[in-house]
Design a protein around this ligand. Structure first.
Ligand SMILES: Nc1ncnc2c1ncn2[C@@H]1O[C@H](COP(=O)(O)OP(=O)(O)OP(=O)(O)O)[C@@H](O)[C@H]1O
Length: 246
């Protein structure tokens, strides 16, 4: 018997009343993998993440997270959404933001424990922004805020990290550092990252899943221009950003 998958999506179809946004998607992720999900705007990437988390009903198919229905399994997912649900001007420090990752574990008690603080500090060290712990989140760069959000997700002690477009507001030089960080985190945790950036991500991840309503490609073999053309409907250059902008 094979080890239980972290994520097991079978034949998933979902949408918003009109035609399905994702259709008959099979998507399986094993423990320890680093998987990229790419695809055009509106291709259904965020929808697939929401289906995985049980935040959107399925019209057909089945989802298991750590072998459980998503409503139960999602407690073990560190989700970093595309647009954080708080205002950047909200007057909290980086440490306070990361500590909110412990709220699920405090079981409604209004005080964080010493252990919560230790876990939050460790998460800040792991994403290499311990020096920014006392800074208001309003005073962070886009890249620093992303690291703070990942630290918050890590503070929940997750079994998998799910990141939706984490590099959307990051310039290519910082993006390289950011993916290096994800690569380092992947030594101990399964990571799934949604991105537009097809050329860049394939240098880092072990596997790329290409989603444009259906899963166009889902393998370990390198992306070919033909697959990319099928995905976007037109040829796309696979640009290596490291040698792009100066
Ligand atoms: N709440 C909603 N009601 C109706 N349609 C929606 C809703 N949310 C998303 N959609 C539609 O579903 C489709 C897929 O959206 P989704 O956000 O999953 O795509 P995506 O691949 O993540 O796109 P992007 O790369 O632009 O973030 C889009 O056509 C979008 O307009």
């Amino acid at each position: 018997m094979t080890a239980e998958a972290v994520i097991d999506v079978q034949g998933a179809t979902a949408g918003f009343g009109g035609p399905p946004v994702i259709e008959d998607v099979d998507f399986r992720v094993e423990a320890g993998e680093f998987v990229g999900i790419v695809g055009p705007n509106g291709g259904g990437k965020t929808t697939l993440l929401r289906v995985i988390l049980g935040l959107m009903p399925l019209r057909a198919g089945r989802v298991r997270l750590f072998g459980e229905p998503p409503g139960r399994g999602r407690r073990r997912v560190g989700y970093v959404p595309q647009y954080p649900r708080f205002s950047r001007d909200f007057p909290v420090s980086v440490r306070q933001l990361v500590l909110t990752g412990r709220l699920g574990a405090t079981r409604g008690l209004l005080r964080y424990t010493g252990e919560d603080h230790a876990i939050a500090d460790q998460a800040l060290r792991e994403v290499e922004i311990a020096g920014l712990a006392g800074r208001p989140i309003a005073a962070l760069s886009g890249g620093e805020l992303q690291r703070a959000l990942i630290a918050r997700a890590l503070a929940t002690d997750p079994g998998v990290l799910l990141l939706d477009e984490p590099t959307a507001n990051i310039d290519p030089r910082v993006e390289h550092d950011f993916f290096e960080l994800l690569r380092a985190l992947n030594r101990r945790i399964t990571i799934i990252v949604v991105t537009h950036d097809i050329g860049f991500v394939s240098q880092y991840v072990g596997r790329v899943a290409c989603l444009n309503r259906t899963l166009v490609h889902h393998g370990t073999e390198a992306l070919t221009p033909a697959v990319v053309e099928q995905l976007y409907g037109h040829p796309v250059r696979l640009i290596d950003h490291q040698h792009g902008h100066g």
